[in-house]
Design a protein around this ligand. Structure first.
Ligand code: IVH
Length: 666
């Protein structure tokens, strides 16, 4: 084919395929069949392979991913990406309307669904997508262009040569999440907890091929500077963005009174279960741009919009059983086994019951009907028993006295609520210890789920941490084991091999020394530089390090006094594990950034100041009192009225364990 012909055909195919993509993904309507699409795509791929320099900027072949980046670059938002003030009741919406009218504005409102995903800013120069960024802390976000290019509803080129920034939400549909989780279950990978985390996790991939497979979608809902495009209202801005090829939400509605806003809310709350994606509220915006400018902003949020948040969803189900699990430290936890129910888009069949006192306080009996609650991405909890639903078939709860695995009598320290299996050789504790060793914040070896680790322990392949690095010797056996197969075994062995290069703090944390969380491990690694230096450190040397107290120091010294532990380290050294600190790794933390936290009650693993510092070091803030603006309340022992208030307001609550989990210290 001649060069001019190729140029022409490539252009033709690119446009045709992009139009087909738009019809299918944005308009939900296809004019060509899948077979035709595939045929044209193959033809384009072949032509682009022959003439790579002719491939167009917006070629659909670029959607499949392939670009891999080393790290996320920071992007400064020229106009800050603000969040919205949350409101939780009808009366607060009436107040919002009243305050707007008081300032002299007679509002028309634009009502939208509040999509549960993560916000994104898209930049186009002369009509071509040049940059996509996360919100980050509102002022500085991260460059995620390589991943956003794989999202089918994001136009790579606009029909006009405009230079424009638009903002919206990246999300994952309920169906896609379920599909991915089914696959992950098969592969024994941890399940994605909800669509928001799933979307955020997918967009934070360095390898765009991974993001491309996640079936992400977008709704665009904000134009930062509409006047520049001659627009005087938000609804015109939405129309304009729609015309440019962006996917906007069909449920958007212009209304003229607060009553109509309330009607919209009840209508959409009823629609919520049948929507193919998760929403967590309704956004109400003053439509006129002039009025928006008149109303202005507070430090963090516009005064012309609010987000009405749906109340945390509560669902009834049956408490089928209470089973006990043994943690790495021997701690025994009762767990509710529930008839599976869907709460806020995820299927819940288990919930932690923390300890004996917790079960007794709630007066739970097996076969009770209980209400389950889940707010946002918070771990599900059993709220209360429905006593009126009791039939007489309920079985009282009885705390166990022996370890459910090794039968060692359980012990409880004076004044504490938790029981412990003190047998260091307890198989359950050992397996949990191995799982901790390979976990993401520790050695970060992908491919080991709980079930695999249990299998490998039961088959005798892994009896100690050292055996993880000798798993290669069992390669043939592993491949023959039901459900594993050569590919996953190879991937696992490769991940194990790669982990040998980890920086020292991961190994220190992975060893599971009592009181040494991931943050302490990092402090120790950077202070001592090598594991040998840490192993030989005295209590005095250790306590002279800021942030290392007497209890931690004693625990470290006693760990390394144990000959078995010293031998373990020697073996790991012989096996080729890196024993040196390699410098700082970037800690990115979606759990904390931009959120405000209230601490109440006593935390057992750290002081309040330390907790505050940890939250702040991850981009969160701490405040003293609970209000509707609080993102989350962290609850220790004997919490005060702040806990009650948080419950009343439906604000997400984390136990100390949840908190440590989010910090990556568990
Ligand atoms: S408007 C200045 N509209 O909710 C206005 N936000 O707390 C900026 N969100 O960070 C936001 N659906 O991630 C807006 N229809 C919608 C939304 C929406 C979801 C998210 C967005 C934002 C947060 C606000």
């Amino acid at each position: 084919m001649k060069m001019e012909d190729a140029t022409k055909r490539i252009e033709e195919l690119t446009n045709l395929l992009n139009q087909a993509n738009y019809d299918y993904y944005v308009l939900d309507y296809s004019k060509i069949t899948d077979q035709e699409y595939d045929k044209y795509l193959r033809e384009l791929e072949e032509l682009e392979a022959l003439y790579p320099h002719l491939a167009m900027e917006d070629s659909p072949t670029k959607r499949v991913g392939g670009e891999v980046i080393d790290a996320f670059q920071k992007v400064e938002h020229t106009i800050p990406m603000l969040s919205l003030k949350d409101v939780f009741s009808e009366s607060e919406i009436v107040d919002f309307d009243r305050s707007i009218r008081k300032s002299g504005v007679v509002p028309t409102y634009f009502c939208e669904l509040k999509i549960d995903g993560l916000s994104v800013s898209l930049h186009y120069e002369d009509g071509v997508l040049t940059k996509a960024a996360t919100r980050g802390n509102g002022v500085v976000g991260e460059d995620i262009t390589h991943n956003v290019k794989t999202i089918k509803t994001v136009p790579l080129r606009l029909p006009e040569k405009v230079t424009i920034e638009v903002r919206g939400e990246i999300f994952m549909s309920k169906e896609t999440l379920q599909k991915i989780n089914k696959e992950r279950e098969k592969e024994n990978l941890p399940l994605l907890q909800n669509p928001r985390n799933a979307a955020a996790g997918s967009i934070r991939q360095l390898d765009s091929k991974v993001a491309a497979k996640r079936g992400l979608d977008t709704f665009i809902y904000h134009l930062p500077n509409p006047q520049d495009y001659g627009l005087s209202s938000h609804h015109e801005a939405i129309e304009y963005m729609k015309k440019l090829g962006f996917k906007t939400n069909p449920n958007n509605r212009l209304v003229h009174s607060v009553q109509e806003v309330l009607d919209y809310i009840s209508e959409k709350a009823a629609l919520r279960p049948s929507l193919p994606y998760e929403i967590d509220g309704i956004v109400i915006k003053v439509d006129s741009i002039a009025s928006q400018q008149e109303l202005g902003f507070t430090a963090r949020t516009p005064k012309w919009a609010v987000a009405y948040k749906f109340p945390a969803e509560e669902v009834l189900t049956k408490l089928k059983d209470i089973i006990f699990t043994v943690g790495r430290t021997g701690q025994i936890t009762p767990n509710a086994v529930l008839d599976p129910v869907i709460v806020m888009g995820s299927t819940i069949s288990r919930a932690t019951l923390h300890n004996e006192d917790y079960v007794k306080e709630k007066n739970l009996m097996i076969n009770d009907i209980v209400s389950i609650r889940k707010a946002g991405d918070v771990i599900p909890e059993v709220v209360e028993v429905k006593k009126e639903r009791r039939t007489g078939n309920e079985v009282p709860f009885k705390m166990i006295t022996e370890c459910p695995i090794c039968r060692t009598p359980l012990q409880k320290k004076a004044g504490q609520v938790d029981y412990f299996c003190m047998n260091e050789k307890c198989p359950a504790r050992k397996v949990e210890g191995f799982i901790h060793f390979v976990s993401r914040p520790a050695m970060n070896i992908d491919g080991f789920g709980t079930r695999i680790m249990e299998d490998f322990y039961n088959f005798g392949f892994i009896k100690s941490i050292i055996d993880i690095y000798k798993l290669e010797n069992h390669k043939e056996d592993l491949i023959r084991l039901e459900g594993y197969g050569e590919k996953s075994v190879n991937n696992l062995l490769e991940a194990i091999e790669n982990s040998k290069k980890n920086s020292l703090e991961r190994l220190i944390f992975g060893l599971g020394i009592t009181h040494v969380g991931s943050k302490t491990a990092k402090i120790l690694a950077s202070h001592f530089g090598t594991l040998d230096a840490l192993m030989n450190a005295s209590i005095d040397t250790l306590t002279s390090i800021p942030d290392v107290g007497g209890i931690i120091a004693e625990s470290i010294v006693s760990y390394f006094q144990n000959e078995e532990n010293r031998q373990l380290v020697e073996h790991l050294k012989e096996l080729g594990l890196n024993m040196k600190y390699l410098g700082t790794e970037i800690v990115e933390d979606e759990n904390f950034a931009g959120k405000s936290f209230v601490l109440t009650g006593t935390l057992s693993k750290m002081g309040r100041n330390e907790a505050k510092k940890l939250i702040e070091s991850r981009g969160g803030t701490t405040v003293e009192s609970v209000s509707r603006k609080t993102s989350c309340v962290i609850v220790g022992e004997n919490p005060g009225s702040k806990y009650e208030k948080a419950r009343e307001l439906g604000i997400p609550i984390w136990s100390e364990k949840d908190f440590l989990g989010k910090l990556g210290n568990l």
